[in-house]
Design a binder for this molecule. Sequence first.
Ligand code: FES
Length: 113
Amino acid sequence: MRQFNITNKTSKQSFVCREEDYILHAMLRTGIACIPVGCGGGGCGVCRINIISGKADFGRMSKVHVTDEQLNNGYALACRVKPKSDLVIECAPNSKSSQQRADLTKQLNEVSQ
Ligand code: FES
């Protein structure tokens, strides 16, 4: 079984991922936190990354979080991507997801006051 190094260009953190594993799940197993973690199943968009270099196997992912154009430019959901080589990535959270989190936080703050 082959395994590859996944490196976050921004945080300079790296972890190993087997080729049959999703990179977000491999990161969680190592205890490193260099990619935001959400639902873990392709539904929230929180784990969106940009693959700067390397080859990957892209699983099915929601076009709400990664459009076809973005996919062609290396964007993907870390919980839906398996490596085919060493990868260099950077986090690229979906702006819609970020806005939804901000809205939810605002609502929670209003309720708790
Ligand atoms: S963690 Fe939710 S889409 Fe990846």
